[in-house]
Design a protein around this ligand. Structure first.
Ligand code: ARG
Length: 573
């Protein structure tokens, strides 16, 4: 299977080459895009504009030459010229009909496995031990998991790695706090909150009390040199934190292939620093070892502090080295909030200087703003994630009870869970990750906007059309009927359905699940128009079955698309 975009781009690329055999151009730049207005056909190619400058010819004239060089193609009905030199392509309805039947039979909805044979490591979620997850970790989890699902679906071998922050200077303070202030009951009920509380208390004490601070330093040294008792405590902090994090991952339906914290790479740190020094990439400055990145126009990066401790960047360099030697990935992708942009620029630059050729990508997102006062604790953006999810489900339940009062309670709860969690995820995924957004419950749970419940509702409605058909026409085998695209809205829907593969690929390659969200929203709006404007069950035989078949394909795409974002699709809402 090949996407329509690729197929048509190839046709146009050949036409350009045939029309201008003697010129040197970057023919890969000849591509097509879907038109936004059906008046201009289904796809358009704007490359004539690009060529006009270098050929010093009017673009329209170039486009004309290309037009006559365009080969006939079974998928293309006509190729026309518009405006100053746009080339518009109209697909053949007969071809579309054939493709619809093929997609209808394909359980991948036509999506090719473009990633097969390639390995990607996805570093996401990655919260810090003994601290509550903050809104940034939630976004990282939700966006990272969507990228995870997208890559897997495209056939990549994905290693999802939860790179826990489980190593660092805070553990000395933490151990002191735990020994002196921990409350066993609170630890049982809400471990991470309690660990955070004792940490803060111990930290405050260390600021006023020199002896306390010194003791904390000693505890850290003991931990780092392998003292069994401190090791055991540290292990316990990790276990307590993971139990709580796992609870959240379970609710969000997120699984990792690896949970390797920073500590996993500890033994490599000294070697990394030594290598940097030997390669002349780091040198001493004020007692610390510093990598200078002047060529890259980046600020210097400390790789070993004057007290002998290593830094976050050093750990990431060691992590890259270890991942490459163990898994030979084609790319490593990190998902974090925007505040780590400089960190990753420095780390990537240093990794490259050390000889790493693996693609390294930092996918960053802005912090989502929560409405004033919601869930905030001390620090503004620290929220109680469990409470946030509870509230999502509770609010969704109110809506479900209003819309489906007669449904059994257990079913209502099930749907509320899917809509609530889906709503929260979709609110994150439907935004361009890099734009700043303010979260609102009204938007996240809206039944009539660009939201998960809206799409879930659309899906359930489509499923009900199929049920109604089965009730009224029992025993009719829909598979025996073809799909006809006579009505313009049917044709529009077919083109959109066949665009699913290219949109999935684009969302994956640009690391923007929002591309997929926009598409699904557009598809369900087109479906609504279809549903409202043509008769279904009242249509004559043949047309009726064709329309129901078209419906099921839309339903399957919505289901698959939402699944790629980690959003469930209950059959009834
Ligand atoms: N633990 C870090 C934090 O909470 C995120 C880690 C991201 N991954 C990495 N390899 N640096 O900010």
């Amino acid at each position: 299977m090949i996407t329509m975009e690729d197929m048509l781009s190839t046709v146009m690329r050949k036409a350009f080459q045939k029309a201008f055999p003697d010129i040197e151009a970057d023919w890969v730049d000849v591509t097509v895009v879907a038109t936004t207005n059906a008046e201009f056909g289904d796809y358009q190619c704007n490359y004539a504009m690009g060529l006009a400058k270098s050929l010093k010819k009017p673009p329209r004239q170039i486009a004309e030459t290309v037009l006559s060089a365009t080969a006939k193609h079974e998928a293309i009905d006509k190729v026309t010229l518009a405006g100053p030199g746009f080339i518009n392509i109209t697909l053949s309805t007969e071809w579309l009909t054939r493709m619809m039947l093929a997609v209808g039979r394909d359980d991948r909805c036509g999506v090719p496995q473009v990633g097969s044979g390639k390995t990607v490591i996805l570093d996401y979620s990655s919260p810090n031990v003994a601290k509550p997850m903050h809104i940034g970790h939630i976004r990282s989890t939700v966006i990272g998991n969507a990228l995870d699902r997208l890559h897997r679906f495209l056939g990549y071998r994905v290693l999802a790695d939860n790179h826990l922050g489980d190593w660092g200077t805070q553990f000395g303070i933490m151990i002191m706090g735990y020994r002196h202030f921990a409350d066993p009951v609170a630890l049982d009920e809400s471990p991470v909150e309690e660990l955070e509380r004792v940490y803060v208390k111990s930290y405050e004490q260390s600021k006023q009390d020199e002896t306390w601070l010194n003791q904390a330093r000693q505890e850290l040294v003991k931990l780092q040199s392998g003292d069994p008792e401190n090791r055991q405590l540290w292990q316990r902090f990790i276990e307590l934190s993971l139990t709580e994090f796992d609870h959240i991952y379970k609710r969000l339906d997120v699984q990792f292939d690896l949970v390797r914290g920073e500590s996993f790479y500890h033994d490599r740190l000294a070697g990394v620093v030594q290598d940097l020094v030997e390669k002349g990439l780091a040198r001493e400055s004020d007692g610390a070892l510093v990598a200078f990145l002047d060529e890259e126009k980046l600020p210097p990066c400390i790789v070993k502090k004057s007290d002998g401790g290593f830094n976050y960047a050093t750990t990431d360099l060691a992590t890259i080295e270890s991942r490459i030697s163990e898994f030979h990935p084609d790319k490593i992708v990190y998902v974090t909030d925007e505040r780590q942009q400089l960190h990753f620029k420095q780390v990537f630059a240093l990794a490259r200087k050390r000889g790493c050729v693996t693609r390294l990508e930092h996918v960053w997102f802005g912090l989502m703003r929560l409405p004033e006062g919601t869930f905030s604790t001390r620090q503004g953006n620290v929220i109680k994630l469990e409470k946030y999810l509870d509230e999502a489900e509770a609010r969704a339940l109110i809506i479900v009870k209003e819309t489906s009062p007669d449904m059994p309670e257990a079913r209502q709860r099930d749907i509320a869970r899917a809509a609530g969690i889906g709503g929260v995820k979709y609110a994150d995924l439907s935004q361009n990750p890099q734009s700043l957004v303010t979260f609102s419950w009204e938007k996240a749970l809206a039944l009539d906007g660009n939201s998960a419940p809206y799409l879930q509702y659309a899906y359930a409605r489509i499923a009900s059309v199929q049920d109604k058909f089965k009730d009224q026409f029992p025993g009719v085998d829909l598979a025996k009927f073809s799909i006809s695209l006579e009505h313009p809205i049917e044709r529009t829907l077919a083109v959109m359905i066949l665009q699913f593969p290219e949109l999935v690929i684009r969302a994956t390659e640009s690391y923007k699940p929002s591309v997929l969200a926009d598409y699904l929203y557009g598809l369900s709006s087109a479906y609504s128009t279809f549903y409202q404007n043509v008769p279904f069950l009242k249509a004559p035989e043949g047309i009726r079955e064709s329309r129901v078949n078209l419906c099921s394909i839309v339903a399957r795409i919505l289901r698959q698309g939402l699944n790629l974002m980690g959003i469930e699709t209950p059959d009834r809402i």
